[in-house]
Design a binder for this molecule. Structure first.
Ligand code: SF4
Length: 659
């Protein structure tokens, strides 16, 4: 027995049909489940040149291999499709309870093709699969729709169903929309919500209760117990968050030092991802003023966004399935300025940065409101923040006029104007409608391309490549460009990959300048990082588990126990390499040109900044990306995987001869 169910659910909304399809065991051995299974299926079944918003695109929902086995930090689900933002591979992931719900219906993944004529939702309880009328839910925000579905199915299902749905942004085909679950958590990236909207699929509702298979549940339990004991030992006095900003300022001036993974675990348990905000502002990691530089009052800004302010109004922490950390939280925001809601999810670091320092907005209260508005609408906060930043800079430089912005004077830090513009983007009204497809489309229409921060069509996550050039490699080389969750130098230092992968260079203290090099060593570091991330995604693991390092979160041991295998880290790392290469082949098949993707000049340090921790830095990003591709066995100029690489990884056997 393995942890795989061996079946996927294939739904065709045009034909209003659904079929359970067996997956050969060799597919799981090659790519695991989660993103790997999606890469295998989407490569083989989305025709070349498919319209991302047409019926030929396929929207996939997958749980990872370890979901349900008892392994800690493995409750993430991945949604994938051809991205309408980039024209290539698109994916996003999220936590909560939706991943185990997929498996409890008896499937490792659900693939939805075609398009309905009227709004529908997909219902599955492990026995029946139905495509049901969703006209009563169309138009509701994601939180309202989920509540209405729970209300209407109460007493009808044997258990409370799990719901993944779109809000108004996905319905209105905003290319920066995502898919939500559990009251506004969101799989936000790649425009996946627009793809769901184009299929007129309001929600996927899962209410199965089948058991989870696992080869050696006792061994998995022992591994989780060991990890739990390590996590329990990590206690420090409360209130230490006030020192994080000073730590970041120090890091900006020191060589890069490999961190202990337990520090990551402590920070995410104590504050959530918000722990990073102060650190990012002072170290140079967090972009400020549309990626333009560092203001003089950076320490004041750090104090405004210090995570201790957020911890003080936190009413409850919440966890994804099978996670002892619980980096999520609910906040009591009643009575705060700008705020229309009583309660909200704790905003993630990415949201705080995108609507705080990026826009020189000094109101943390407004970010609580923006976070709730955007999560309910199902709009990606990273993309929306970058788009608003572009609009402000265009307005300040006379590229946009008040007539074009429907009377809004867009200036840095104008909280009211930012709120108004975001509401109009969500409603797709006037100028808000014109920019609701993200910064690339907006700049093609209005100009100001020099201020449009996107990579291959997708707005970048809130981390500056001038601070971490390895991140810049992944921003560009990643088949879903602009994602910040594939690799960074600081993460590599914490993960100790050389202890499971024979060819991964050891992490060591090094001057920041080393990360700018296009040497073979740096290319192997970025390759190992990307391969391990893909392995984590195939397992359904959490990025923050990954950052704890291989000695704390023992992914290889977990996988061997869950699958009844006895493979070493090299074998597993090659699974990650295979998944990444399959995703790149997907892009090539779809006509996406990897060589045309580049960092905006500003993000490369052209021209270099004159002050702050990133002063004088200019990247050699193109050279580093080429070296990264060569390390993968892809053509260094074009980014196309070489035939011998495809054969070495056995991908030709997985792709029905299409490569
Ligand atoms: S660390 Fe946070 S995001 Fe990761 S699994 Fe736990 S609760 Fe979810």
């Amino acid at each position: 027995m393995t942890s795989f169910l061996g079946k996927i659910l294939c739904v065709d909304l045009s034909a209003r049909s659904a079929a359970s399809v067996d997956v050969p065991p060799e597919v799981y051995e090659a790519v695991l489940a989660g993103k790997g299974l999606e890469a295998w299926y989407l490569y083989n079944h989305i025709p070349a040149g498919a319209d991302p918003l047409g019926p030929d695109n396929i929207l996939a929902f997958a749980a990872g291999a370890l979901c349900g086995t008892g392994a800690f930090l493995t409750g993430r689900w991945t949604v994938a499709c051809k991205s309408p933002l980039t024209g290539g591979w698109g994916d996003a992931n999220c936590g909560g309870l939706f991943a185990p719900a997929i498996k409890q219906c008896g499937y490792d993944a659900i693939f939805v093709s075609g398009a309905a004529e009227q709004p529908v939702y997909l219902f599955c309880d492990g026995k029946t699969v139905e495509i049901r009328d969703a006209s009563a839910y169309w138009g509701l925000d994601a939180t309202e729709a989920e509540r209405a579905l729970h209300r209407d199915l109460d007493g009808v299902c044997r258990k409370k169903p799990c719901v993944a749905c779109i809000g108004p942004s996905g319905e209105k085909l905003s290319l920066i929309s995502g898919i939500c679950n559990e009251g506004g958590r969101i799989a936000a990236r790649s425009g996946v919500g627009a793809v769901m909207g184009s299929k007129k699929l309001k929600a996927v509702v899962l209410a199965g209760s089948r058991p989870f298979p696992c080869a050696d549940p006792e061994k998995v339990k022992t591994l989780s117990k060991e990890l739990g004991q390590k996590l329990l030992k990590m206690t420090l006095p409360t209130g230490l968050g006030v020192f994080i900003g000073a730590g970041g300022a120090m890091m900006g001036h020191l060589p890069n030092i490999p961190l202990d993974g337990s520090m990551t675990a402590y920070m995410f348990r104590e504050w959530g991802t918000q722990a990073n905000t102060s650190l990012a502002i002072t170290s140079g990691d967090g972009p400020i003023k549309n990626w333009g530089g560092t203001p003089r009052d950076v320490r004041l800004m750090e104090a405004v966004y210090n995570p201790e302010h957020i911890n003080r109004i936190e009413t409850a922490k919440y966890h994804c399935y099978s996670c002892p950390l619980g980096c999520g939280g609910k906040l009591n925001i009643r009575g705060r300025k700008y705020v229309e809601f009583d309660e909200t999810h704790k905003p993630e670091y990415e949201t705080i940065e995108a609507f705080g320092p990026l826009l020189l907005n000094w109101s943390l209260d407004s970010i609580y409101q923006l976070n709730e508005l955007l999560n309910r609408a199902g709009m990606d906060t990273i993309s929306a923040g970058n788009t608003v930043a572009w609009a402000i800079e265009c307005y300040e430089n006379g590229i946009l006029t008040k007539e074009q912005t429907d009377g809004l004077a867009l200036t840095w830090g104008d909280t009211e104007a930012i709120l108004t513009l975001v509401k109009r983007m969500i409603a797709r009204e006037g100028f808000g409608d014109a920019i609701a497809d993200g910064v690339k489309r907006a700049s093609e229409r209005f100009g100001g391309k020099q201020y449009a921060m996107h990579i291959g069509g997708q707005e970048p996550g809130m981390h500056d490549a001038r601070n971490d050039p390895q991140l810049g490699v992944h921003f560009v080389a990643e088949p879903a460009p602009g994602k910040h969750t594939v690799g960074m130098s600081i993460e590599y230092g914490a993960m100790s990959l050389c202890d499971i992968c024979s060819w991964a260079p050891p992490a060591r203290i090094h001057p920041k300048s080393r990360d700018l090099e296009d040497t073979e060593e740096m290319a192997l570091i970025s390759k190992a990082n990307a391969c391990y991330t893909m392995l984590v995604d195939g397992a359904g693991g959490c990025y923050y588990g990954q950052m704890m390092g291989v000695h704390m979160w023992k992914l290889v041991d977990y996988l061997n126990a869950a699958e009844g295998w006895d493979h070493d880290g090299d074998w597993y790392t090659q699974i990650g390499e295979r998944i990444q290469t399959l995703r790149q082949l997907f892009n090539i098949k779809q006509g996406y040109d990897p060589a045309a993707v580049k960092l905006p000049d500003r993000m490369q340090g052209i021209p270099p900044l004159l002050s702050g921790p990133l002063k004088g830095v200019t990247l050699k990003n193109r050279e580093q990306v080429s070296a990264h591709w060569r390390a993968f066995g892809w053509d260094g100029k074009t980014g196309v995987p070489l035939p011998e690489t495809v054969r070495r990884l056995g991908i030709d056997r997985l792709t029905e001869g299409e490569t």
